[in-house]
Write a protein that binds this ligand. Structure first.
Ligand SMILES: C[S@@+](CC[C@H](N)C(=O)[O-])C[C@H]1O[C@@H](n2cnc3c(N)ncnc32)[C@H](O)[C@@H]1O
Length: 277
């Protein structure tokens, strides 16, 4: 089966990784949704939802009187998400397979939009924000968690091979048409489309081995090194060196890691659209 993969792939290993990543970031996502006022009965659109891990938590938050529409380009992720929904008996989430860059926004207006770790992988953040503007109702809210300073991902003591790996990851995303530090471009795009920024906050953490956020990163390094070898971005011997350096650091409980910085953005759409000049 061919799939419309993004740069990190859409196979089962990536589905599992996205689940671990969501578990680590779910507390921050929930804080964001609460701050934005997402509540029971709301209709929410999740843009670039993957297999829908956040969409299912949003569905629980909005309850049976609310609804979540999960937009995703990968047919594999859509199928995986639909299977999870069936398995859990979730009835208030639906998945739409669509490309945010080329397909028309789904009809209907939503109370809120959620978009996490998608803007770094699209060729046009403006087209992504166009979809936000087309789907969020006047007075509704738009929420993003996107990377703002990927190279803030550092270690103490420093790990030169892992830091070279981080630079290659950033280059790999750029070579694929994305931008790791995309988040600074989003507030102006939202404001041009009649949104007011209600809240913007950098989110980075300093963690040690064993922390949930450490596990998020270790899972990423593990699966992504394999992916970079598969994509011929590096060879197996270099990948082994990076992995080994990371594992040695992980075996020392005093190692510190600063996580790649995410920007939380909460923006509200004006009640009445701005007058065109
Ligand atoms: C890093 S994953 C994040 C998934 C999910 N938002 C989460 O936080 O778990 C990026 C997702 O964006 C999707 N994506 C990338 N480009 C897309 C596009 N043009 N249209 C729709 N989805 C896209 C990918 O298929 C992938 O599921």
């Amino acid at each position: 089966m061919t799939d419309r993969e993004y740069i990190l792939g859409t196979r089962e290993q990536e589905t599992l990784r996205l689940g671990i990543q969501h578990d680590a970031w779910a507390p921050m996502a929930r804080q964001c949704w609460k701050r934005a006022g997402v509540a029971a009965g709301d209709r929410v659109i999740d843009l670039g939802a993957g297999p829908g891990f956040a969409a299912f938590d949003l569905a629980e938050l909005v309850g049976e009187s609310g609804h979540v529409t999960a937009i995703e380009r990968s047919a594999r992720f859509v199928k995986a998400g639909q299977a999870i929904a069936r398995g859990r008996g979730v009835r208030n989430v639906d998945f739409i397979e669509m490309d945010l860059m080329t397909d028309a926004a789904p009809a209907g207006l939503y109370d809120a939009s959620w978009c996490r770790w998608v803007a770094s992988f699209v060729e046009s953040p403006a087209a992504l924000v166009d979809t936000v503007a087309a789907t969020v109702r006047p007075g509704g809210v738009s929420m993003f968690h996107e990377y703002v300073d990927y190279a803030s991902w550092r270690f103490s003591p420093s790990l030169p091979h892992v830091e070279e790996y981080i630079a290659r990851v950033m280059q790999n995303w750029r070579d694929a048409g994305g931008e790791p530090d995309v988040a600074t471009s989003i507030p102006p795009l939202l404001m041009e489309r009649g949104f007011t920024i209600e809240h913007a906050e950098p989110r980075a953490f300093c963690v040690r081995p064993g922390d949930r956020l450490w596990t998020w990163i270790s899972t990423f390094i593990d699966s992504n090194l394999g992916r970079l070898v598969e994509l011929n971005v590096c060879d197996t011997s270099w990948a082994r060196t990076v992995r080994q350096e990371f594992l040695v650091a992980e075996s020392d409980p005093s190692t510190l890691m600063i996580t790649p910085m995410v920007l939380e953005i909460i923006a509200r759409r004006a009640q009445t659209p701005p007058l065109s000049s």
